[in-house]
Design a protein around this ligand. Structure first.
Ligand SMILES: Nc1ncnc2c1ncn2[C@@H]1O[C@H](COP(=O)(O)OP(=O)(O)OP(=O)(O)O)[C@@H](O)[C@H]1O
Ligand SMILES: [Mg+2]
Length: 254
């Protein structure tokens, strides 16, 4: 791979949380690349540092050590406000397990929000929102409020909102965690579709080996470290291989 194929480089990332009388090393020297257009899954036991990693990549939390390069450049002050907010608006699309939609806004208003915050013209906003509504199949629901939608539909809104600014990276923390099997499959297909259409680079945290089979590569975390990697073949065998590796790290962490 050429360097220009790398959208995100993470080098020796360390994060320690200090509580009263105890320290938790949530990340220990984590290094990896995310390639342009890659869907990278992150799996690991509970407490292995997956959310901590996403929070740091999204400038919601600050590492103690390490370096993050986006498109070959270190973003100055990316953890200090107001630059952190600016970094997030320009570079990151977030998708959460709990959808995190604004309940008083309609579907189309929720999707438009990142562009409104960027101060875009209303013509451009309307056009982009229409495109996104069509892509996630929610045109008929645009005037509804989140509470009137199913979980899967709400997650579609969240995906449209995350992608409307065409961010260099999308970060998803357990995006199917609150959904049943069929709805999860449906949402995963939407994500893969977005990846194909926009060559979207994404990191998806999951504890579900089936979800990980939709990725190009899987990083396995244990105790704040990357302990294994699997490159998907997009064949039937992926599920067994991922399951095997996941069981192995589960066993060792106990
Ligand atoms: N704000 C915080 N303050 C103190 N400790 C924290 C904080 N956030 C996370 N931790 C600790 O850091 C470690 C990693 O947590 P993290 O949430 O990243 O795990 P995770 O892999 O996302 O787990 P899960 O699969 O349960 O979501 C855990 O031991 C957790 O208790
Ligand atoms: Mg987590």
């Amino acid at each position: 791979m050429e360097n220009s194929d790398i959208v995100l480089s993470v080098k020796n990332l360390c994060k320690t949380y200090e509580g009263t009388g105890h320290k938790v090393q949530a990340l220990k020297n984590v290094s990896f690349h995310l390639y342009r257009g890659e869907l990278l899954a992150v799996m690991g036991t509970s407490g292995s540092g997956k959310s901590t990693l996403l929070n740091i990549l999204g400038a919601l939390d600050e590492p103690n050590e390490g370096m993050i390069m986006l498109n070959g450049m270190v973003k100055e002050n990316m953890f200090t406000e107001p630059y952190a907010t600016q970094y997030r608006r320009e570079n990151i699309g977030f998708i959460f397990q709990s959808f995190n939609l604004l309940k008083d806004l309609t579907v189309e208003e929720n999707i438009a929000l990142p562009l409104i915050l960027k101060g875009k013209e209303s013509d451009e906003i309307d056009k982009k929102v229409r495109q996104m509504l069509e892509m996630v199949g929610l045109m008929e629901w645009k005037k509804h409020r989140p509470i009137q939608l199913s979980g899967g539909q709400q997650q579609r809104v969240a995906i449209a909102r995350a992608l409307i600014t065409s961010p260099p990276i999308v970060l998803a923390d357990e995006p199917t965690g609150n959904l049943d099997f069929n709805t999860s499959t449906d949402i995963l297909n939407v994500l893969v579709d977005m990846k194909k259409r926009f060559h979207q680079s994404m990191i998806v945290v999951t504890h579900d080996p089936f979800v990980a089979t939709y990725a190009d590569r899987v990083l396995f975390f244990r105790d704040g470290q990357i302990v294994d990697v699997y490159r998907c073949t997009y064949e039937q065998e992926d599920l067994d291989r991922i399951l095997e590796k996941f069981k192995k790290i589960m066993g060792k962490s106990q």
